[in-house]
Design a protein around this ligand. Structure first.
Ligand SMILES: Nc1ncnc2c1ncn2[C@@H]1O[C@H](COP(=O)(O)OP(=O)(O)OP(=O)(O)O)[C@@H](O)[C@H]1O
Ligand code: SF4
Ligand SMILES: [Mg+2]
Length: 354
């Protein structure tokens, strides 16, 4: 059950409920449905990972929830945030929620930070605009936030410009800006892709630490299943704008059913790899959203596809665990899956001996 604080914010329980969300862009080539019938929930303090290849709709889904879309976009379905209906007739003015209730850390801090403004002023700006703080109080809070995000010598750094900081430090500043007004929900959209592996781990640790301290919910968006493995409670896998598998993190890793999720897992870069290149990138291309396939959108790339897959799109069905859903006719572990595996390995054996 959801309980509210005196300021009307959700203290615990359900924070976000998305039902059958569709986001369509009007383009010169016709409509593009970038988010297609997505439903999910998020509790206060929970971390959700949204995973999928480039173009699968992760950013559009996050921006659809935040109401940060261009005018060519149309949203249908339902988004409830606490006790507010964000798409209903009495939807709140989203600019009142930005910063205070929901905020976003973007992928590239060099693009998002203003190069000619001191970082302290950039952190202080939302505090002054949204919370009405005085210049002096906002600067003191900015220093405290820099300390919270583990930036050394915050009293000195507060007066520096973005170019005086390393990539990792700039991303910490972005997190400080996003945390400034104490949001209940933080979106982190690929917050670590531009960073090296050690700094990536530190940034993820920092987000996890701040989530626990603030009882904040986090949506962590990434193309890398490895990134979300240790930092989320639930993982949602997207393909071609749809949710194709969703499960508690441990369940997903131990009982994944969707061949696409399995392929994503096999494409995680290994620590012993020399570069960031993928070990086993999934062959083929994601679907063209202007002309989506009739059946399962993954069928042209799926080793387990059969005729039914090309004819009928599989619905999101519930697995043995009621919190686990997947969309596949012949899931990992099914007799058809094993049969195909056997045929593939027999084929490989013949190939290797001939
Ligand atoms: N403004 C827009 N107009 C038309 N189509 C758009 C627009 N923004 C996004 N799309 C389309 O929506 C689809 C999903 O895009 P999105 O940015 O959500 O992908 P993503 O999963 O975040 O990918 P990446 O990992 O590269 O960030 C893409 O096919 C993209 O071309
Ligand atoms: S429905 Fe068919 S094509 Fe789609 S993932 Fe499952 S087996 Fe592969
Ligand atoms: Mg994106």
């Amino acid at each position: 059950m959801t309980s509210l604080q005196t300021d009307g914010r959700v203290a615990d329980g359900r924070l976000l409920t998305v039902e059958d969300l569709r986001t369509t862009f009007a383009t010169e080539r016709g409509p593009v449905c970038a988010v297609d019938g997505v439903s999910l929930t998020l509790d206060r303090g929970q971390a959700l990972g949204i995973v999928g290849e480039s173009g699968s709709g992760k950013t559009v889904l996050s921006r659809s929830i935040m109401g940060l879309l261009p005018s060519t976009a149309r949203r249908e379905g339902s988004i409830r945030f606490g006790d507010q209906d964000l798409l209903g007739p009495n939807a709140p003015d989203m600019s009142r929620l930005w910063g205070r209730e929901m905020s976003m850390v973007f992928q590239n801090p060099m693009v998002s930070l203003n190069p000619v403004m001191r970082i302290g002023e950039q952190i202080a700006e939302p505090l002054r605009i949204h919370l009405g703080m005085s210049r002096r109080d906002a600067k003191a809070t900015a220093i405290r936030l820099l300390r919270d995000v583990r930036i050394p010598e915050p009293d000195r750094r507060v007066d520096q410009y973005p170019h005086e900081l390393s990539g990792g430090m700039r991303q910490r500043v972005m997190i400080a800006i996003a945390l400034a007004c104490g949001p209940t929900l933080l979106f982190a959209d690929e917050p670590t892709t531009a960073l090296d592996v050690t700094v990536q781990a530190q940034i993820l640790e920092l987000i996890a630490e701040q989530r626990a301290e603030r009882n904040m919910s986090v949506v962590l968006v990434t193309h890398d299943l490895g990134v979300v493995a240790g930092h989320t409670d639930v993982i949602a896998v997207m393909y071609g704008g749809r949710l194709v598998e969703i499960a508690p993190t441990k369940v997903l890793f131990s009982q994944m059913r969707m061949p696409y999720t399995e392929a994503l897992l096999q494409s995680i870069p290994r620590l012993d790899q020399k570069s960031h290149t993928r070990l086993n990138a999934i062959p083929g291309r994601p679907p063209d959203l202007h002309d989506p396939p009739r059946g399962c959108a993954f069928a042209p790339r799926c080793a387990f596809a059969r005729d039914r897959c090309r004819e009928e799109a599989p619905p999101l069905a519930t697995a043995e665990n009621p919190d686990h859903k997947f969309a596949c006719w012949y899931p990992v572990g099914s007799p058809e899956y094993h049969e195909t595996k056997e045929r593939i390995s027999a084929g490989l054996e013949i190939g290797s001996t001939s």
